[in-house]
Design a protein around this ligand. Structure first.
Ligand code: PLP
Length: 304
């Protein structure tokens, strides 16, 4: 069903009216839709789908609503930001990765299910009597062994429990709020500096931006502008890696050429680190965007 239509996804969010139309179309073609996957915090843009309106549609058509909150689910821990996920309480299932924004040790991924009728057991259970005894002295519905496709696995939730014990509910909320504040600071700082151009105003902690080198500034009417700009991020990234100063991801997305995506979740990052980040991008990218220039060090000759 996925057909990339950027103009129908303002800010990368699902448009409920379009979902309704797609369901009608699929039914008209004789298909039987059964599942909708909404996203809370998309990987690149950090977009949050409007869960309430999507849940209404799912309810009307009797569809399973799954929310991929792998990235954005942690916002629920902050009273200030949890509104981004309004409606998630109506989901049939939710995926959430505390190892991302909360920085619980890799890996810690939760799958939360509304069902309490033993659905996972029915789907995945093998009932191997040599492993999973049903006649134990306690309530065996607490046993997880026969509910997953995996048999051997770690107690990943212990890491979340330990962090929660260590810093408390307020400590978790502070971690989330700090990450939002870092992003806000960087976005405002970028608007103050000449070379940074936001792809969109951040709603979450994904800060999507282009660095525009001096040679390209004010040159949007150059037909080569976007293709030249798309070559800037990979070179800056190569330079930061070779220098060993930073690691920041970039990607193209929909109609957009390569742009950086900065996400700061590390709770010990300081304002000085954020300023270094901005200065370093400027340093590494200031000579780019023009005609190709010789590398800073002459390539060794291949002649003996
Ligand atoms: C990270 C991420 C995933 C992948 O999660 P895994 O637990 O690593 O499989 C899925 N969806 C979104 C939106 C993500 O950001």
């Amino acid at each position: 069903m996925e057909r990339w239509r950027w103009h129908l996804r303002p800010r990368g969010k699902m448009v409920p009216e379009e979902l309704e139309k797609e369901i009608q179309r699929a039914k008209a073609e004789g298909a039987e839709p059964f599942f909708v996957c909404a996203t809370s915090g998309t990987t690149v843009l950090g977009a949050f789908d409007p869960l309430g309106a999507i849940a209404d549609i799912c309810q009307r058509h009797n569809l399973w609503l799954h929310v991929d909150a792998a990235w954005g689910g942690s916002a629920l821990l902050s009273g200030k930001h949890r509104h981004l996920l309004d409606g998630i309480e109506r989901a049939d299932s939710v995926a959430w990765n505390p190892h991302k924004m909360l920085t619980v040790g890799q890996q810690c991924s939760a799958f939360l299910l509304r069902d309490s009728s033993g659905l996972l057991q029915r789907c995945h259970g093998t009932g191997a009597t040599y492993l999973f005894q049903r006649d134990k002295f306690y309530d065996v519905t607490y046993d997880t062994g026969d509910k997953t496709p995996q048999c051997g696995r770690r107690v990943d939730c212990l890491k979340l429990w330990l962090l929660w014990k260590a810093i408390g509910t307020q400590g978790l909320a502070r971690r989330v709020e700090r990450a939002f504040a870092f992003t806000r600071y960087l976005a405002e700082e970028m608007k103050r500096r000449d070379g940074f151009r936001l792809v969109l105003e951040p709603e979450f902690i994904n800060l999507c931006f282009w660095f525009v080198p001096p040679s390209l500034r004010g040159r949007e009417d150059d037909p080569q502008y976007w293709s030249k700009l798309g070559k800037v991020a990979p070179v800056i990234k190569e330079r930061m890696m070779k220098k060993g100063s930073m690691l920041v991801g970039y990607q193209p997305h929909g109609p957009h050429v390569n742009f950086f995506r900065q996400v700061v979740t590390n709770p010990v990052v300081t304002r000085a680190d954020l300023d270094f980040f901005l200065d370093e991008i400027e340093r590494l990218g200031e000579d780019l965007g023009g005609t190709p220039h010789p590398p800073p060090h002459p390539e060794p000759s291949s002649d003996p």
